[in-house]
Design a protein. Structure first.
Length: 367
């Protein structure tokens, strides 16, 4: 059985296979204007040509004062549509369904861009150090919700098949969901329903503005703080109109001992927790898992055992754009080394040894 090469319906679209290129930012390629250049289009087209059924374009900011890095891509103004249109067209030439991840960094906003804001005022530890955050007012929450919707409208105009709402990794939507980050006592804080309210309002706004043919995916945590709470958040997003749940890390710990990972499995605790959300959703919407899925054998194990509906991989597809075909058809590929040199951090340049290996035989290969 090779379930990876079977189509799947997500929203109103049929995706040709079950391998997804997860969003992976390229901060060293852009100039700070938020515009996507030709290099981005070539990069994503290579993964579509290499067989990925679904492409999720990297974190794209909805406001310039919510960027994770000064050079982050944006969809906060109409002038940015053209560059994204080139990406969407390039991917769809190869039969891929293509989404763009819309994003606001929240507490992790780069200090050169703005003072970090989110649900609460607090001292918050980021990868850059501890920051003092400001609490958003109700009016500001509504304005930010509308900026996410506006970005989705621009994404639709650019020709994307849909968006992925970034609700993980300690960014704004995740800040609201997390009880550690959200200390509010109004309609946006407290119980799970209230903490998920901001994300749900964004989903409903996008659905109303972009219609039923536009995919709404949400990247949502596998534990926040527990798997059970994460399932409740996923339920809320699906009820609000999300077509697709793509799991990943949140703010809460996903250490094996903290989430009940049973061990002795061929995949890690993050993937395992994602499979628990897949089991919980019971086919209500497709669910994808991610993290360390870097070999065709592991991808096919997860899919053939119905542990997820799709598998997301970034590093394997950064190492070799043809990795999806290796999963679905058993072709050769250049493996990910697991070195971390492709990580998203704006503090480092991408330096993938697998790309260097590919260049030895093809000096003009696409990164």
């Amino acid at each position: 059985m090779n379930r990876s090469n079977t189509p799947i319906v997500i929203g109103s679209k049929t995706v040709k296979n079950r391998v997804t290129f997860a969003p992976a930012v390229r901060y060293d390629w852009s100039d700070g204007s938020g515009h996507a250049n030709e290099r981005f289009a070539r990069h994503y087209e290579a993964r579509a040509a290499g067989g990925a059924g679904l492409i999720v374009v990297e974190a794209t900011c909805v406001r310039p004062d919510g960027k994770l890095a000064p050079s982050q891509l944006g969809l906060w103004e109409d002038s940015q549509i053209q560059g994204h249109a080139a990406i969407a067209e390039a991917c769809r030439r190869h039969g891929a369904v293509v989404l763009v991840q819309i994003h606001h960094a929240g507490y992790n906003t780069h200090p050169e861009c703005a003072v970090p804001k989110g649900p609460s005022a607090m001292e918050w530890r980021t990868f850059r150090g501890t920051v003092t955050t400001q609490a958003l007012t109700i009016a500001e929450i509504g304005e930010l919700r509308d900026r996410f919707v506006d970005a989705a409208i621009r994404a639709q105009k650019a020709g994307y098949d849909g968006i992925q709402l970034h609700g993980c990794h300690g960014y704004l939507v995740n800040d609201f969901v997390s009880p550690a980050a959200n200390l509010r006592t109004d309609a946006y804080g407290g119980c799970t329903e209230n903490r998920a309210r901001f994300g749900c309002e964004i989903i409903r706004g996008i659905r109303g503005a972009c219609g039923s043919d536009f995919i709404i995916s949400v990247r949502t945590p596998v534990a926040e703080p527990t798997i059970e709470e994460a399932c409740a958040v996923a339920d809320a997003y699906a009820a609000a109109g999300a077509d697709y749940i793509q799991t990943s890390l949140g703010i809460a710990s996903t250490r094996p001992e903290d989430i009940g990972y049973p061990g002795n499995l061929p995949y890690n605790s993050i993937v395992w927790a994602g499979t628990m959300i897949h089991r919980h959703m019971s086919g209500a919407v497709p669910v994808s898992v991610v993290n360390g899925i870097n070999t065709p054998e592991l991808a096919n194990y997860i899919l053939d055992n119905d542990l997820a509906d799709t598998v997301d991989s970034a590093r394997a597809l950064l190492a070799d754009p043809n990795w999806a075909r290796a999963v679905t058809q058993g072709t050769g590929y250049v493996p990910c080394r697991g070195c971390g040199n492709c990580l998203w951090s704006p503090l480092q340049k991408h330096n993938c040894p697998a790309v260097a290996e590919r260049r030895r035989t093809d000096p003009d290969c696409i990164e």
